[in-house]
Design a protein around this ligand. Structure first.
Ligand code: GAP
Length: 570
């Protein structure tokens, strides 16, 4: 039996559309690209900036009302990408920002040992249906039975390489037919789910994926088969690999001049804590927000822009009295989820995941991730934002390393303690402290990915076959303006409307091709509204507005078009 025709996995379709329509290109495309780097094209930069502006507005310009009923005190910052190298010693990044890296000695491929995944096979049980996912039952072969599995690659929760997995499944089983490649693609990031039905010469099987990174790190590099050649003994011992990219500012290129491209925007905020307290009117509790580029020399950048080596973060450090830290942690948890929902993300595709104690970063007292069900992790979820209770770790470290006092005198607390009759000793001790920090840290470029995934809607009934269902506020182009035909004064009238509205929001004017083709083009880039100038407009100023999602058309007066769109961008 021949292989079934392969439908590209949904993620591949999204990546192809993103390139075809000018959202995201591989960086240095004409030279064959550079792994882990991406360029945001004319539409991508509009989408990214729309999300960025929404975050900035929500966090800095119009911050929320806090648990005490007051508007949260918040300021912004734009710190340098390169900071004093001591910053990264104090923060723990020089010593501890490492991933365990393994090489295949023969192919020189490199991957993260802790992200290793393996494929396991299972006899199908009668109740299993093709195309559905099932949690792997407890009696399935355990993750430490590595020799009985095919090691596929690295990247839990983010899909190991679909191609490698596909090849591995086919080779191992002498496959006659993989019934749906899409199922392979959709499932691989979801460890511990039975997801793929295969017909093989040895009978029908279900396949599931398990993370075996921990087993590998504990006792496995000699006996684990290479994901690339399937040979045992082909892998090197895991080695710590520091993720910071270095550079040498100034004319002399030696170790004493080594500096780093920041791996997070957060540290720039801690370095400016004292400056901000001394030069502005903020009082603890307050937050400092920053958006900007970060760089990590990721061992395995993958899944489009999900994990790249250059990316943008939106981070906020909220400084509060130690006694109130948990209250603020809970508050920001709720606020941040509200923000993601405000982007129009389907609630069932978002969730909180608390970090286990052994997963917490060295500085953190509690961390929760907001996760999204990406097409490549489905039915599992992948990280989108981390909200961490960092205690007083960062300011304490920078105080020690810089020898500058970074504690805070809390006058209001001093008064409160006096009123409560605390002893002078207690007042002195408690009203001067190093603030605790609650940090919501999210990826702007990851948010772009989420909105692309969320908006991508297949619709076979449309000429485009697909449309991007962005909430109008985030759509790169808000309005398409078309004359029905390129004659009878319609192009001139449409152009006059374009000239008027283009100064207010992003519009496109298009006279070419049939009206159906022009709608299709707007559908593919997610333009929520199109207005057509037709015979009615020429005789009585009535235009037709088409809604991208419902494809319904309504008629309004040409003078109301601007207001109609503006209303829907709120
Ligand atoms: N200051 C804390 C911090 O940086 P993180 O969890 O390492 O925490 C925060 O990063 C967010 O930044 C992540 O939730 C993710 O959205 C984004 N991010 C991290 N590494 C990334 C990468 N290599 N590519 C794209 N986005 C990344």
């Amino acid at each position: 039996m021949a292989d079934a025709p392969a439908t590209p996995p949904v993620m591949e379709q999204i990546v192809a559309l993103a390139k075809r329509k000018g959202f995201i290109y591989p960086a240095s495309d004409i030279y064959g690209g550079i792994r882990g780097f991406w360029d945001y094209g004319p539409l991508g930069v509009l989408l990214k900036n729309n999300i960025r502006d929404h975050w900035w507005n929500w966090m800095v310009e119009c911050p929320p009302i806090g648990p005490d009923g007051e508007i949260v005190d918040m300021v912004g910052l734009d710190s340098a990408i390169i900071q004093h190298p001591k910053t990264w010693e104090a923060s723990g990044h020089v010593a501890g920002f490492n991933d365990p890296m393994v090489d295949d000695k023969e192919t020189k491929e490199r991957f993260r040992a802790d992200h290793l995944q393996a494929i396991f096979f299972l006899e199908p049980s009668p109740e299993m249906e093709i195309g559905k996912s099932y949690p792997v039952s407890a009696d399935a072969p355990a993750a430490d039975s590595i020799p009985h599995a095919t090691v596929i690659a690295s990247g839990p929760g983010e899909a190991a390489s679909e191609i490698i997995a596909n090849k591995a499944v086919r080779k191992l089983l002498g496959i006659k037919n993989v019934l749906s490649n899409m199922m392979v693609g959709a499932s691989l990031g979801a460890p511990d789910y039975v997801t793929l039905w295969v017909e093989s010469s040895r009978g029908n099987r279900y396949v599931y994926i398990r993370n075996i990174g921990q087993q590998f790190l504990a006792h496995g590099y000699e006996k684990t088969p290479s994901p690339y050649t399937a040979k045992a003994g082909a892998l090197t011992e895991p080695r710590a690999f520091n993720l910071m990219l270095d550079t040498y500012p100034g004319p002399i290129r030696d170790e004493s001049n080594k500096a780093y491209l920041r791996p997070e925007t957060a540290q720039g905020i801690f370095l400016n804590f004292k400056n901000i307290v001394d030069t502005t009117r903020v009082k603890v509790p307050f937050g400092v927000a920053q958006i900007g580029k970060s760089f990590r020399n990721e061992v395995t950048p993958r899944n489009f822009i999900f994990r790249s080596r250059e990316f943008e973060q939106m981070e906020m450090e909220f400084f509060c009295p130690p006694d109130d830290a948990l209250k603020w942690y809970e508050f920001w948890k709720g606020e941040r989820m509200k923000w993601w929902l405000s982007l129009g993300v389907e609630p069932s595709r978002l969730r909180f995941r608390d970090h286990d104690a052994d997963e917490l970063s060295h500085y953190s007292k509690a961390t929760v991730d907001i996760e999204y069900r990406y097409p490549f992790t489905d039915p599992d979820y992948g990280e989108l934002e981390g909200i961490a209770h960092r205690g007083s770790f960062d300011l304490t470290q920078h105080q020690e390393h810089s020898k500058q006092k970074l504690d805070y005198f809390d006058q209001e607390l001093q008064l409160k303690l006096k009123e409560q009759g605390a002893t002078p000793e207690e007042i002195k001790q408690r009203s001067r402290y190093i603030p605790n920090v609650i940090e919501p840290a999210s990826g702007l470029t990851r948010a772009v990915l989420v909105l692309l995934c969320e908006a991508f809607t297949l619709d076979a009934s449309r000429p485009s076959g697909v449309y991007l269902k962005f909430k109008p506020k985030f759509a790169p182009v808000k309005l398409g303006i078309f004359p029905l035909v390129a004659k009878d004064g319609m192009p001139e009238k449409a152009r006059a409307l374009y000239m008027e509205l283009r100064t207010q929001f992003a519009c496109e004017f298009d006279v070419k091709q049939s009206i159906g083709k022009r709608y299709a083009r707007m559908d593919e880039i997610g333009t929520p509204f199109c207005v057509t100038i037709d015979g009615d407009t020429m005789s009585s100023d009535i235009v037709t507005i088409r809604d991208r999602d419902t494809q319904e058309q309504i008629k309004i007066n040409i003078s109301q078009v601007g207001e109609y769109v503006r209303e829907r961008l709120k």
